[in-house]
Design a binder for this molecule. Structure first.
Ligand SMILES: [Zn+2]
Length: 465
């Protein structure tokens, strides 16, 4: 089926604070960068919310026909990593590699499959040094004892993303380093402290600051400007502000990213999720508890820019919806093999499916409004549940196709505990067996089979005994 033509994608852009028409720099192509994790620990379901949101965005952009190049960075050198490595008496790069591997597994298990490339900061040291050198040559970067810093007074646009002016950014700051030209200047290259991991540079041994890794990576893959930059709302300042200053200060080309899309935080019973608060839920734990489909339904039920408060209730509700989607799809697939039903369903139902499908796309075009899209999807599932047994074959396949098509955008209906074909054969074998048992009036065994099938999400309805 073709996509509804009437609506166009709009994206809320942090840079303009507007709902902007989405028009990539190069027609048909989207270069997209999202801030990835600092790998010193396992990722929790709050991280999951953000990465699933960008996964849905990338899936949707591809669905709209764009060729998307999605890069996510991995911060594998950082104070937090160095401190953790000291505690565990491990090599910091070995520790970060271990958690990077855990992160890739998390993304894989969450069905975040739209990322084309994971870029690790430590693989870009020459590019990072090149960028800092460029800033030093322009008089924007300067060396002091602690390392190389960025002089924010040299970049008049500093503050444009977070909507702060230079004055706001420089007052009320306690700054221990009197060598800095402005209190708000941020570090590009940190000189080595005794015992720390370090790389050679024109300014002595040291390691990159956090902000510079992103711009070194994006300049390498995308050039000076690209389409979409993502990350949590908490990264707008100073991290993303600093990225803009580095890239635009160096290349003179702007904007670094045309659209800035930020995700809202996940809280747990109103509190931030943190190990020290004892409310930390690792991604793997949540997947084991309720399954990936339930988690993805939970994430999609909140708009990506909104905060999400994680409660048991919300999770149970999401899990029951995910099961409902799967059951409706399976029932419809089973019904597809049967002869057409007797109840007249007419062209009206097809029209209703088509309208809900249009509504799904309209919602996604409205700044990737997944809660609205999900509501449209639930309406389609409702039709499948109501009419599964009485549909014309053509309508059945249209419904199946639509359910699968839209689920693929949200990353649902992708878990298969048993290979699909095998599952269907198993269900029809059990159904046949039950019919034989019932013909022999072996109701106790046939009811046990039905009960077990229902537990596995397959509804069996019998005519009166
Ligand atoms: Zn970043």
């Amino acid at each position: 089926m073709s996509q509804p033509k009437h609506s166009r994608l709009k994206v809320h852009n942090t840079l303009t604070r507007h709902l902007d028409d989405f028009e990539p720099i190069h027609p048909g192509r989207v270069n997209m960068f999202v801030c990835g994790p600092t790998v010193y620990d396992v990722s929790h379901i709050g991280h999951g919310k953000s990465y699933v949101a960008y996964d849905i965005i990338a899936r949707y952009l591809r669905k709209k026909g764009y060729s998307v190049f999605f890069v996510l960075n991995i911060t594998d050198i950082d104070d937090k990593i160095i401190n953790r490595a000291k505690e565990t008496k491990e090599d910091p790069l070995k520790l970060s590699e271990r958690y990077a591997q855990a992160f890739y597994k998390d993304m894989n298990d969450l069905h975040v499959e739209s990322i084309n490339l994971y870029a690790k900061a430590s693989d870009f040291i020459p590019e990072i040094i090149g960028q800092i050198q460029g800033l030093v040559d322009k008089g924007i970067g300067y060396k002091i004892a602690a390392g190389v810093y960025y002089d924010i007074s040299k970049f008049p646009d500093y503050g444009k993303l977070s909507r702060q002016n230079l004055e706001q950014l420089t007052v009320h700051r306690v700054d221990p380093d009197p060598e800095k030209r402005n209190p708000g200047d941020f570090v590009l290259w940190k000189n080595q402290k005794p015992g720390e991991i370090a790389w050679n540079s024109p300014w002595g041994k040291g390691r990159p600051g956090w902000h510079i890794e992103d711009t070194a990576i994006t300049l390498t893959y995308f050039g000076p400007t690209y389409d979409l930059h993502g990350g949590g709302t908490e990264l707008i300042f100073p991290h993303h502000e600093a990225e803009i200053a580095q890239a635009e200060g160096l290349t003179g080309k702007k904007p670094l990213a045309k659209y800035w899309a930020h995700t809202g935080l996940l809280s747990i019973k109103g509190q931030e999720m943190h190990k020290s608060l004892g409310n930390f839920v690792p991604i793997q734990e949540a997947i084991q508890k309720v399954g990936v489909e339930a988690l993805r339904v939970l994430y999609a039920s909140t708009h990506y820019r909104s905060p999400l408060d994680y409660t048991e209730d919300a999770l149970v509700q999401a899990a029951s919806l995910a099961r409902r989607f799967r059951r409706a799809y399976d029932q419809l697939q089973l019904a597809a093999g049967n002869k057409p039903g007797v109840r007249a369903e007419s062209g009206n139902l097809k029209q209703q499916v088509y309208e809900s499908r249009s509504e799904f796309f309209t919602a996604m075009d409205d700044d990737f409004n997944t809660p609205r899209a999900l509501a449209a999807y639930i309406r389609i599932v409702g039709m499948a549940e109501e009419y599964a047994k009485s549909l014309e074959p053509e309508t059945t396949s249209m419904l199946l196709e639509t359910m699968k098509e839209l689920a693929a955008i949200l990353g649902l209906l992708e878990t298969q505990s048993v290979p699909r074909q095998g599952f269907i054969e198993l269900v029809s074998m059990l159904t046949g067996l039950r019919n034989e048992l019932r013909a022999k009036r072996e109701y106790a065994i046939s009811d046990r089979i039905r009960h077990q099938m229902q537990k596995a999400g397959v509804t069996v309805e019998d005519e009166a005994k």
